[in-house]
Design a protein. Structure first.
Length: 154
């Protein structure tokens, strides 16, 4: 028997591994479905079954387990980016759509967990200052809002 759950990972089909790799890249089920020509429900079903098979609590953990397994084997069988990503509009992993995506691009907050941090100290400092500035602005806005409400009702 192999250690670290590699036996269940070995039983995954190539399609299932491809889906988990895309999950690991940060793509949503709908984006993966569009790229592979599947229904997003089919993709979600694949992910749920794979997570159950691997005893993973989440889709991200299942993707991490596959990545760890493949890195131990020193085999990289998938491209860093989706082929024809420019045509499909998937050149970068999309974390949010619509106005949320605009806010994300505007404020460019650092990603939360799950990714290795290979930023320089200067870049880390800039990200910390961005978060601190946004926090200060949120607290100030909240205080002004409360003060305005109190003024209206007093």
């Amino acid at each position: 028997m192999s250690e670290g759950g590699s036996e269940p990972i070995g039983s995954l089909t190539e399609r299932q591994k491809e889906i988990l790799r895309l999950v690991g890249e940060g793509y949503t089920s709908k984006e993966i479905a569009r790229h592979l020509g599947l229904s997003f429900r089919t993709v979600d079903t694949h992910i749920l079954r794979m997570a159950k098979l691997l005893n993973a609590p989440s889709r991200a953990e299942a993707a991490r387990m596959l990545t760890d397994h493949e890195s131990k084997q020193k085999i990289r069988t998938y491209p860093a980016r989706l082929p024809n990503a420019e045509k499909s509009g998937l050149s970068e992993p999309v974390t949010s759509q619509g106005w949320r995506g605009a806010l994300h691009r505007l404020f460019a907050l650092p990603p939360l967990g799950g990714r290795p941090n290979d930023l320089s100290w200067d870049q880390k400092s800039i990200h910390i200052l961005r978060v601190a500035t946004m926090s200060l602005a949120a607290v100030a806005g909240l205080a002004l809002g409360i003060a305005g409400v109190m003024r209206v009702f007093s």
